[in-house]
Design a protein around this ligand. Structure first.
Ligand code: GN1
Ligand code: MG
Length: 351
């Protein structure tokens, strides 16, 4: 790769890494790249992370017709570059003609996002070689997240617990959700682990799914966490950063589109026990995120980037409000999953 970097502009709104678009000029041509600084407090071993990332990317490139994030190697031949201050950077091909959404505008977009993440899982069923490294161990261990919450709550280092008491009670009363999925009995597969709606690219014109992005947490895990996290961020009319809780509600019609899209891509490999968890997974993962935001707020915001003092508390409230709305819709969710299973001649499983 030759040329001179002529422009760098911030891009995206990730809560952990920093993302930029870098423009390189070579003679009369200019080309865009995605430049990212990896948060090495969160990801403690960036070289290992980039090993996972590049293995997944190269594997996806062997699948006919698939688009995926391609990593540009450094001059030293690594898939990352470490600067003098110890920061880790990576450069990715910039994909043109795409968009990503904070909230869906219609069911079709939700279907496409779900199909794309489902296909991502399907494509990685035959990833060759050793298992991927766990970039963040116990990432979706909800019980461990609950333990961290109770530990910080006990210490209450900034005296923030009084202000959050309603939501602390909400979280404490639902500890049973930590055990709702029995993930230890489910197959371990290569999954994405961060399937927010804005981590999937859609074609800007046709709105067909293009590819999953943000491959930092791709590692061995459970398909239900991917499914649940997509529902969490898609079957709700507002984003995680909403401040008016009256706008937070679970949207069953969007859920239905997600189940359709996800099932279309995964129905040939999901086992019954996985299918049996589809209706519960969104509740668990939404609760888990609520716990994580609340824990970070109580601890003084060491993990998620914030824009204002109570940002993480507000994020926690949104998640817990959505949990409440999902609780009211559990029956409807079960019926939708059952109906779509029947349509595809798959048995619902017993869990
Ligand atoms: C973080 O950085 P970003 O926005 O892609 C977090 C996810 C959360 C998400 C909530 C490594 O993802 O687990 O679901 O924020 N990533 C990590 O917005 O913790
Ligand atoms: Mg991420």
């Amino acid at each position: 790769m030759e040329g001179k970097c002529t422009k760098i502009t911030p891009n995206g709104n990730g809560n952990v890494n920093d993302t930029f678009v870098a423009t390189l000029q070579y003679q009369a041509h200019s080309k865009k790249y995605t430049l990212q600084r990896i948060n090495h407090l969160v990801f403690q071993n960036p070289p290992q992370l980039m090993d996972n990332f590049s293995r997944v990317s190269r594997h996806l490139q062997t699948k006919p017709g698939r688009c995926c994030l391609r990593v540009i190697p450094s001059k030293k031949g690594h898939f990352y570059h470490q600067d003098e201050e110890g920061n880790y950077w990576r450069l990715l091909e910039y994909i043109e003609g795409v968009k990503c959404l904070e909230v869906p505008e219609n069911q079709q977009q939700a279907y496409e996002a779900a199909y794309t993440f489902g296909q991502f899982q399907a494509d990685l069923l035959d990833l060759p070689g050793d298992p991927l490294i766990e970039t963040i161990p116990e990432f979706h261990n909800t019980s461990k997240r609950f333990e961290s919450f109770t530990k910080v709550l006990k210490q209450d280092p900034l005296g923030r617990s009084a202000e959050a008491s309603t939501w602390i009670d909400f979280a404490s009363n639902r500890e049973s959700l930590c055990f709702a999925l029995s993930t230890e009995k489910l197959p371990v597969r290569v999954v994405h682990n961060d399937t927010k709606l804005n981590n999937v690219l859609l074609d800007a014109e046709t709105e067909k799914g293009v590819c999953a992005i943000d491959l930092d947490t791709v590692m061995p895990g459970c398909v239900l966490h991917d499914f649940g996290d997509l529902v969490r961020t898609t079957a709700c009319p507002v984003s995680e950063d909403e401040t008016d809780l009256r706008n937070v509600e679970f949207l069953a019609v969007i859920f239905e589109a997600i189940v359709e899209g996800y099932f279309q891509a995964t129905k040939d490999f999901l086992v019954e026990e996985e299918i049996a968890g589809l209706a519960k997974a969104p509740l668990v993962i939404t609760y888990e995120l609520g716990l994580r935001f609340l824990t970070d707020y109580l601890a003084g915001d060491p993990y998620f980037k914030i824009n204002y003092a109570a940002h993480n508390l507000n994020r926690a409230k949104v998640q817990f409000q959505l949990v409440s709305s999902m609780e009211e819709n559990v029956k409807a969710m079960e019926e939708i999953v059952a109906r779509i299973c029947r349509k595809h001649n798959r048995s619902l499983g017993t869990g």
